[in-house]
Design a protein around this ligand. Structure first.
Ligand code: GLU
Ligand code: ZN
Length: 290
């Protein structure tokens, strides 16, 4: 493949705990996809939410990625260092935004936000900031799921861009960062529901969205996604080559058996054989034995 410096993929872990097989699959998929296109791969640590950050998790994640040969082509990026860009975006969105003082209780009976605070244009203490959503249809093409269309008003309603506690909401931070430099977002289908909202924000900010591919997510046999909450086991870095082989196996990519293949050799095989169109629609359930 021809190198193409303009193409940039990313892996954006939240430092809530160590990497597990599910996150390795996402990392490997985003890495192989962009490398197969000749592009570069960027690691961004999504460390915007202090209450959810686990001490030492960033370091542990980066160590695990390196042990698996997954090295960022650009300096590691941290969302916590982007507040200027997020504030800029918040300011730019002022004409479309309003301040919401609704409590959780006031909203619990509504499927989408009922528009109660729409006329509130003055910032107040402990108010969240929402984007006014009217009849906005968002269409995009997902490289795995095909043509998608969402009616934001019906499906999402006025959504939050800055939380009550002052933190930038995930959707705004991700929209700003992805639109700034990323050309290809490969991530789990659990995040699919955020895509239309993120594209809408990029459009309001006059930015062009990346191309998306949402890959199937690794689950336990009961269908639950692997996560820190349900005690998905942390990856063991001393068996990185085995972990990578397993990650490819889950993705339906069965490489030649060869115990001597290094981590780099395995990744190179993955890059050479990468084909989004051949991914299974569902991954086999996680087995701790693999
Ligand atoms: N940081 C998010 C997570 O770990 C992923 C962000 C994204 O890929 O959009 O769930
Ligand atoms: Zn409100």
């Amino acid at each position: 493949m021809q190198p193409n410096q303009n193409l940039l993929g990313r892996f954006a872990p939240s430092p809530t705990g160590p990497l597990h097989m599910g996150s390795l699959i996402t990392a490997v998929a985003s890495y192989c996809d962009i490398k197969h296109r000749g592009g570069r791969w960027h690691v961004r640590v999504d460390d915007l939410d202090p209450p959810r950050i686990a001490p030492g998790a960033s370091t542990s994640i980066l160590t695990t990625l390196s042990a698996h040969g997954l090295l960022s082509d650009l300096p590691i990026d941290y969302q916590s260092q982007h507040s200027a860009a997020y504030n800029n975006a918040l300011n730019q969105l002022t004409p479309k935004s309003f301040f919401c003082t609704c409590t959780r209780k006031q909203l619990e009976e509504f499927a989408v936000y009922p528009g109660r605070c729409r006329s509130n244009k003055t910032p107040t203490k402990s108010a969240s900031t929402r984007i006014l959503v009217g009849k906005n249809k968002i269409a995009f093409h997902d490289l795995i799921l095909g043509s998608q269309e969402h009616d934001l008003g019906v499906e999402y309603g006025d959504f939050i861009i800055q939380r009550k506690d002052g933190l930038t909401a995930y959707n705004l931070a991700t929209a700003v960062d992805d639109a700034a430099e990323i050309t290809h977002v490969v991530r789990g289908q659990d995040l699919y529901t955020t895509t239309a909202v993120q594209i809408h924000l990029m459009q309001l900010l006059g930015l062009s969205p990346p191309i998306y591919a949402h890959i199937p997510v690794l689950t336990f046999a009961d269908g639950k996604k692997l996560s820190k909450q349900n005690l998905a086991p942390a990856l063991n870095n001393t068996i990185a080559a085995d972990n990578l082989r397993n990650a490819f196996n889950y993705l339906g990519m069965h490489m030649p058996a060869n115990d001597r293949w290094t981590v780099q050799r395995i990744l190179d095989w993955g890059i050479a054989n990468w084909d989004l169109k051949k991914l299974p629609t569902q991954l086999p359930p996680f087995s701790a034995m693999t």
